[in-house]
Design a protein around this ligand. Sequence first.
Ligand code: NAD
Ligand code: TYD
Length: 349
Amino acid sequence: MSKKVLITGGAGFIGSHVVRLFVKKYPTYRIFNLDALTYAGNLENIKDIADAPNYTFVKGNIKDINFLNALFQEHQFDGVIHLAAESHVDRSIKDPNAFIETNVIGTSNLLNAFRDTCNGNFENKLFYHVSTDEVYGSLGKTGLFTETTAYDPQSPYAASKAASDHMVRAFGNTYDMPFVISNCSNNYGANHFPEKLIPLFINNIKNNKSLPVYGDGQYTRDWLFVEDHAQAIDLIFHEGKKGDTYNIGGFNEWTNLDLIHLLCAQMDEKLGRSKGTSAELITYVKDRAGHDRRYAIDASKLNKELGWKPSVTFEEGLAKTIDWYLANQEWLQNVTSGAYKEYYEKMYN
Ligand code: NAD
Ligand code: TYD
């Protein structure tokens, strides 16, 4: 069946993997990638599919409701997969309003534009909102986030994503708009902007720069390979129950320090350095304000209902990720020049 699908944020980290998967797997679909190309968006991430006949890139900002209305009127999309967002917690601490503008108002703009073009007829239509486990707040030593865990966001980023989730559910309830939401744990993989832990540390290890560990390094995250997240999104988009929520996670918890030691060991081997060399770069720095202690996802609903599970172990996924960064130094150089340098100075010096 042919469908017109709008994917937002498709030039970013996760979005680029989702766009590639859909363009390749569904040749009869028309895939539109809407992205404002902020610092985190990069068309190089998807240059391999740029000329595919079923793919169109649209440069535009979800903060601009008039632009969105015109786009939706013109194309009458069957589905929206919404990933465009400000996504970095540290940036949200410095500039919370930017997160409200894109994540809350931008999402509301998309919902409005979709509702208006559907004009009450939502047959075969779907709004898929991609969200994060950070909306649930922070866990103690035990327990897992399930789909019914109460929202308790702690950072401006998490609060803005929580607000956007609420808006999606409100549109479902108020206008009968068919939707699904997924809340995923920390992703890692190729094309990840080097402000987040794993790509930042790979880049720093390669360049013999210090590895800034926040606080005591005992913060815990559940890590998922980005291609497994893209597969889960595909499955939920096609088979998820309308109006439902799915948690996505890697069944893969690591404290930051353990993860960093694994990363250092793999990097030593790949760079031909003697054991322990990269770990000498570890430096403890001031903690992040309001730092969430632990996230851990129970993804068993997605596993039981739709049969999804991660395809790689963390060791395999991490090795693939390091290989990608070492083979794509030009990509790293391009994204770490100019504005990135200023960001790094401001955040870490
Ligand atoms: P990213 O920062 O790498 O990419 C975001 C993309 O959105 C970029 O291409 C950027 O140009 C675009 N964008 C930003 N503001 C925009 C605007 N106003 N209008 C149009 N485009 C805009 O983010 P990511 O890590 O790929 O995350 C994608 C989505 O997945 C986000 O909604 C995020 O909350 C969610 N998520 C991320 C993770 C993670 O670990 N990275 C985990 C769970 C959920
Ligand atoms: P990050 O990749 O920013 O993801 P999130 O905050 O959304 O979980 O950070 C992952 C963990 O790594 C988090 O506990 C903060 C920590 N961290 C550092 O210790 N140093 C760093 O330079 C960065 C960017 C993160």
